[in-house]
Design a protein around this ligand. Sequence first.
Ligand code: PLP
Length: 439
Amino acid sequence: TADPVTHPDTAPASDALLARARSVIPGGVNSPVRAFRSVGGTPRFMERAQGPWLWDADGRRYLDLVCSWGPMILGHAHPEVRAAVTEAAAQGFSFGMPTAREVALAEEIVARVEPVEQVRLVSSGTEATMSAIRLARGFTGRSVVVKFAGCYHGHVDALLASAGSGVATFGLPDSPGVPASAAGETVVLPYNDVPALEAAFAERGSEIAAVITEAAAGNMGVVPPAPGFTEALRRLTRAHGALLVSDEVMTGFRCSASGWLGLEGVPEGGAPDLFTFGKVMGGGFPAAAFGGRADVMARLAPDGPVYQAGTLSGNPVASAAGLATLQRCTDEVYQRLDEVSEALAAAVTDAFSRHGIPHRIQWAGSMFSVFFREGQVTGYEDAKDQDTALFGRFFHAMLRRGVHLPPSCFESWFVSAAHDDEAVEHAVRAIGQSAAEIA
Ligand code: PLP
């Protein structure tokens, strides 16, 4: 077949927009990884999207393997979700008062994730983890939080230590602006390392309010929990009176209808105490949530003393988008995500093996990532030990062939149920030819 290179490396309309953006927005972007710094070149400014396809400001079409970093599980501008959004918007955008739509979204989440008895809706994953940490501290009366290297939980001060993708992409150790006092209450441990966890609890168990973990890590590339890791988290937190917070912002409603928990099942010893959600549950709009045990959630204002609030929390348009999306996340949708991911991963394995490109593919449900190295990746040190420059060349080879990958090798690839056979064939062809190009 003909080489499907369709796009030149230069993108005049995006260049012009980036120049304009840079004068009014730091770096020209509103979230750092969008800037293409780790792969070089001009980020493509997008104009519209439909199903699995994106069109940039130069009118070029790309197959989308980012899916807005997870939310667009049904594909872009799904007609029924769009109708729900339009209907909600026609009734008003935001009231600052309770609405039926947010109740329905909360009910949908509680119905799907069995251990979640109550949820509070917020507007971003960052807000969800920030609030869950505050609640855990308020509930336990303790202040230390344990997190794992390479896990990202949003840009919360206490959690922005050794935080994976965005920070890894920029090679920053941590962020200036996070006070030592905030970071000092955070203990960072290697992921999947039970002895390190045991040692931390032996030393500071009575000070630990919570352990927060990505249900399956997706921000250092995809690194699922090793067998027994989640059980150890449950056992040690319970033994020491700390809460276990499972961050399902990325995995929630994507790995299965009930997220990673639905795939892995409730760990021996019991479910996590709190969960955080975002991405898919907002259907592309700003909606996120934290929730869990009713006795813990009861400590939140207005019933309890732990304060948490939001002008746009439970926004009716975002709730309508989230609800319409979740209601359409059927078995067939998850089956299609699996088929598409498996076809793409098989194409990578085939092409990279044929051309002698080192690679390792890891999975969490239909989420997968390609590490540009050999050998199992169990944590952040392994993940950092890969050929990021080679990834950059692969990224641009794919972009030229009209496929938009996440612009960092520390990210999961995301697909949607709208990725039809044409989309898969397009990606498979591009993968084969891009591998040949970079070999
Ligand atoms: N937690 C996890 C696991 C995430 O992947 C992310 C974002 O990528 C967040 C939290 C933060 O969510 P948001 O970007 O909506 O603030």
